[in-house]
Design a protein around this ligand. Sequence first.
Ligand SMILES: [Fe+2]
Ligand SMILES: [Fe+2]
Length: 171
Amino acid sequence: MLSEKLEKALNEQIKIEGDSSQIYLEMASWAEIQGFEGIATFMFAQSDEERQHMLKLVKYVNQRGGQAVIPAVTKPELDHTSFKALFKQLFDHEVFVSKSINELVHIALEERDYATHNFLQWYVSEQIEEEATARTILDKINLIGDDKGGLYLFDNDIKNFNQQANNNPAV
Ligand SMILES: [Fe+2]
Ligand SMILES: [Fe+2]
């Protein structure tokens, strides 16, 4: 049985994962309109992954005798003035998610809920990957700047990234 405090914190994480899915979806749609097929495919896949992160939490909360709260859909407000700005927001968002997961782990220990502590380890590892991916992309974007040719190559490049991710699924 989950404590009230932990149930509340897990429900907050459900919303964060849902918001993450919307953010990636917004970026996917935007990239598609701009003609960046590789980036769009990558972002659509990321959005699906975030939804899986949310579902995994929903099921866990219910399984442990709590009640998952399904959050309202939030409209992402992203700065699209440059690729750099856009991908910086993505990276910052993943850093924020990692902090939130760390806080959850802290609460689980405080509440002496070792089952939840164990459950959350998957998210801890996942965030290492997510942050690393966002950082890699941001580094590349910083190198390219707003050079159209560079962006075209990057769009092709990220297609391989998708392939690698598919061969080694995180979920
Ligand atoms: Fe996530
Ligand atoms: Fe993520």
